[in-house]
Design a protein around this ligand. Structure first.
Ligand SMILES: [Fe+2]
Length: 291
């Protein structure tokens, strides 16, 4: 049993106003709904997929994993508790702020707040309507998108996400940093999205390298590239295609310094036929660093 998907993510940011323009104007997310003071943004029928709170971290502050049923939530809590992880049931107030039925809150071995929930609020009576005209985001069973995190305790973090939350390795990419050092990135899935989570085994000042949102069409990605000038967004990597998930995407800096990947057409992984592989480059073509 594994978590079903990355249901939502939260950022702590120092410039809420800049983030609001970035989320709605540049990325085309719709203002969301929820209790409490947090800014929330929709990508689909859910009341929110990304939450932004004011603070000084300018980093990822929590990730929320969805499970299918209350029984799955109980089974996961039992497994985590048996492994010695404090996995408390969240207060009614926090569950209400997240708009979920039941919620467990814990920390991964790197100290990141992980939330596991069931029963998200779906606003199917208020259709998703992108303020920027994005025709849609690929979410559903594949969740929000993916997060790529720098971690220093790779063995413990890997054991937590695979052994306890049920992630499966998709593949690895080796990046030759110097003649005698290759950095190996690890990509993990919990549903048909090629990777929901990628781990970069190196210490870094901030945890978040980038998060990825997948748009419905190549035109959506092209229009987003054109919007960078209008919103003063700095592109960090050119359009390119990744070797492993075959996502066609570009990268841009967020107002907090970490990056977003805006992509389309990523491949799907089917567990019964998937074979773990290794790649020697992150991209088939493109993805050149911008100055
Ligand atoms: Fe990515």
């Amino acid at each position: 049993m594994s978590v079903a998907s990355l249901g939502y993510i939260g950022f702590e940011v120092s410039d809420l106003q800049a983030w609001d323009a970035y989320m709605t104007g540049f990325l085309g997310l719709m203002p969301g709904r929820g209790e409490g003071p947090s800014a929330k943004y929709r990508m689909d029928e859910r009341s929110f997929r990304i939450q932004v709170d004011e603070g000084q971290k300018d980093d990822l502050s929590f990730i929320g994993f969805e499970v299918a049923t209350p029984e799955d939530l109980k089974a996961l809590r039992d497994r985590l508790t048996a492994a010695g992880i404090d996995c408390s049931v969240a207060s009614n107030q926090l569950a209400a702020e997240r708009g979920v039925r039941d919620l467990a809150v814990l920390k991964d071995p790197s100290g990141l707040q992980v939330e596991i929930y069931v029963g998200a609020t779906a606003l199917t009576h208020v259709p998703f309507n992108s303020p920027a005209g994005v025709s849609g985001f690929r979410t559903g069973a594949q969740g929000v998108g993916h997060v790529v995190m720098a971690v220093d305790k790779i063995d413990e973090v890997r054991a937590f996400y695979t052994g306890l939350l049920g992630f499966r390795l998709s593949d690895t990419i080796g990046i030759a940093i110097s003649p005698d050092f290759t950095l190996t990135l690890e990509f993990y899935h919990c549903n048909p999205r090629h990777h929901t989570l990628a781990l970069v085994p190196m210490p870094a000042p901030r945890r978040m390298h980038h998060f990825m949102v997948e748009m419905a069409t190549m035109d959506d990605v092209g229009y987003a590239m054109d919007r960078m000038a209008k919103y003063g967004v700095r592109q960090t990597m050119t359009l390119g295609k990744h070797t492993n998930d075959q996502m066609v995407s570009f990268y841009a800096a967020t107002p907090s310094g970490f990056e977003v990947e805006v992509g389309t057409a990523g491949i799907a992984v089917q567990d019964d036929s998937w074979r773990v592989t290794h790649h020697e480059a992150t991209s088939m073509w493109g993805h050149k660093h911008c100055n």
